[in-house]
Design a protein around this ligand. Structure first.
Ligand code: FES
Ligand SMILES: [Fe+2]
Length: 373
């Protein structure tokens, strides 16, 4: 019995990626090397860093520190001590202003990455502290988001992001604040999650409440090639935003006028960021590949005005709405990952409403130097 459908069977159609793109640990390692260690990766909001502050994070197998000095200048470096290579900072926490002291022998760095103290090393002839700064990493802020690039020769951020650099200015994202953060861990490859975000073919069945607010055939794509993909959907007449109530849960964002009042925009920014723009708030998430079949998602809701104190607020109307939609999505992403492990898995034909997935798959193949045969 022949289970496997071959590409030849479906040449008139665009096809889903072969199973190895979701299952192979070799391809996953290649993706880390050629995508996650080579492209600009969104790591969160710039507002999480006070002057003098720093935090550590992990991208793939690499540990980094991102810091802001007293002049508000951003710095990033590998979190690897220049003595014997211990990690200098613990991950996931924002530290108070100060120095970074390695827990092993106490070599100490300032927030620009410079080595300022190396106990007893003055006894070592020819040793100069200035030769042993932490290895730098490129860091940029755009629209209030922080990005890092681990490449030794990073493409300038302005060049890489030129197609969208000013595209979202009317939402005033730089001035928005994080009202809520939710992290999810999903048993699926990171690409399955981007693919799910980039089509609404599944919406009528999977998200009936979402589909009442923004009918699946409404709107159109306006970025459909290259690393940045997406478009808008129209809000139905009886709804003002994507919330549980269907009403806006905060005042309309200042720059939103005309057609934007009745639209929600959705963009996937290669490789690890999505941006969902509503009349009254912005939601974005970052993807963190943990393994070929495991991904962490950090989802944040951004609003005008200061973050609210803990407890229920009107903004929960948006948070609850998306938290539910997100969980519906993660469930099917996990089902796809399980199916992709089967010998009966595709490649299979995409629907015409999945054209952004074809473009995304091409971008992945291009980055990996693995063109479709
Ligand atoms: S490894 Fe960091 S001080 Fe020795
Ligand atoms: Fe969905």
């Amino acid at each position: 019995m022949v289970f496997r459908r071959t590409a030849e069977t479906f040449t008139p159609y665009s096809m889903t990626l072969p199973a190895e793109f979701y299952n192979s640990t070799e391809i996953f390692a290649e993706e880390l090397e050629r995508i996650f260690y080579d492209r600009w990766i969104c790591i969160g909001r710039a507002s999480q860093l006070e002057p003098g502050g720093h935090f550590a994070l992990k991208i793939g197998n690499e540990s980094l520190v991102v810091a802001r000095d007293s002049e508000w200048i951003l710095h990033a470096f590998f979190n690897v001590c220049r003595h014997r290579g211990s990690l200098v900072c613990g991950e996931g926490t924002t530290h108070p202003p100060g120095l970074l002291r390695c827990p092993y022998h106490g070599w100490t760095y300032d927030v620009t990455g410079r080595l300022v103290r190396a106990p007893a090393m003055e006894e070592v002839p020819g040793f100069h502290k200035e030769d042993f700064s932490l290895h730098p990493v490129a860091v940029e802020a755009w629209e209030g988001f922080l990005f890092v690039n681990l490449s030794k020769e990073p493409q300038p951020f302005g060049e890489a992001f030129a197609p969208v650099f000013n595209r979202f200015s009317r939402w005033g994202i730089r001035g928005l604040n994080v009202a809520r953060t939710i992290e999810y861990e999903i048993a699926a490859n990171w690409k399955i999650i981007v693919e799910n975000y980039s089509e609404c073919y599944h919406c009528p069945l999977l998200h009936p409440e979402f589909s009442r607010r923004v009918p699946f055939r409404s709107g159109r794509n306006d970025l459909f090639e290259g690393p940045f993909l997406g478009g808008f959907m129209d809000l139905s007449q009886d709804f003002d935003s994507l919330t549980v109530s269907g009403r806006m849960c905060a005042p309309r964002l200042e720059g939103i006028t005309g057609d934007d009042v009745n639209r929600v925009y959705f963009y996937a920014l290669f490789p690890n960021m999505t941006l969902s723009l509503h009349p009254d708030y912005v939601m974005y998430f970052t993807l963190w590949p943990l393994a070929n079949d495991r991904t962490k998602i950090k989802c944040e809701w951004l609003f005008e005005g200061q973050s609210l104190a803990r407890g229920r607020s009107d903004r929960d109307d948006a948070v609850q709405f998306w938290d539910e939609v997100n969980r519906q999505d993660w469930r099917v992403c996990e089902l796809v990952q399980q199916g992709a492990r089967s010998r009966a898995y595709g490649p299979s034909p995409y629907c015409s409403t999945e054209s952004l997935l074809v473009a995304f798959n091409q971008e992945v193949r291009k980055a990996l130097g693995r063109p479709a045969s």
